[in-house]
Design a protein around this ligand. Sequence first.
Ligand code: SF4
Length: 394
Amino acid sequence: MVGNVPVGGGAPITVQSMTITKTADVEGTLQQIYGLAAAGADIVRCTCNEVEAAEGLAQIVPRSPVPIVADIHHQHRMALAALEAGVQCLRLNPGNIRKPEHIKLVAQECRDRGIPIRIGVNGGSLDPALYEKHGGKVTPEAMVESAQQELAYFAEVGFEDVKISVKASSVPLMIEAYRQLAEVTDHPLHLGVTEAGPLPGGLLKATAGISTLLAEGIGDTIRYSLTADPVEEARAGRQLLEALGLRERKNIDLIACPSCGRAEIDVIGVAAEAQAAFGEREIPLQVAVMGCVVNGPGEARDADLGIAAGRRRGHLFVKGRNVAVVPEDEMVPTLVEWAEFIHEHGVEAAVARVDTEKAAREAEKDRAALLAEQGADANASEQKVDLIHKRVEG
Ligand code: SF4
């Protein structure tokens, strides 16, 4: 347990993030923690690098909406100070705090207080002795050995309330390190690609590493380490878990077609408008924005709600059933209104408000008209192929 949040042992996978404020700035840090929690973070880490930070934690922890992990850098005394401040977990980097007596002293304190520790091995700050031993390189074996050494020190004082991470900025390296670690320990694992970098590359790297492992059943809690507003980290973590079906949906899941020659609207623009309109609203529905009524309602029939464009009108559908026709500029506000109604009253009550047969007839009319105008080959590829042949064959 990290405070009241279970980690491992079959508990739902949790999302973590980290504040980037000075921890001594209590109000600024709390504001960021609230933002992270709203975006999906279950647990938040704050740096505890100096005595002022520990003093800040003493005020932050009781007012935080989520459990707080103190990130300890080089001084074991900061770990002891963070415990006095009341944090719900510590993160120790075995590459930075290396004296066995210091490690054991902190573990003893945690044991007596019932506070867990994350052993946070990091490829970039591996214990130099292990680095040398493994041929002057950061290898998966070296990272796993570092975690095991720390576990052995903890075991000497009877402490085993531990989760472990073996992060690296190289995706293949971190994947292999976690795989090896999962072979040798049953402790919960905290997944992450460290220093993944700015968007969008950082997002891709972190997603590649984390989701590969989650798909293999490895990992209990995750963190995206992005060079971005930390709210992006929390949001990405939450969305990844929802996309993988590992956490229940909290916000709108907006799906949209990629657009093509048939599109009757600017799909990218309307999807962006819908995303902005829904924002962080806690409406756990899947909503579709589709570029044409020819294929849209069918392709998005599993969505709770959607809109498809046809001849300057928007055809609204619920679970594949046509329910209304609205002018193009009312598509997004109508989607929001229907989503709110469905969330509050359910699908049947929403559909009972309208004449679905009339809406279906209107949709069929636009669909037939578009097919008549564009034919089955809306991208005109057959015509293009003819032209290509004419060019090539002279
Ligand atoms: S056929 Fe219609 S729904 Fe499918 S991608 Fe093209 S515009 Fe979108």
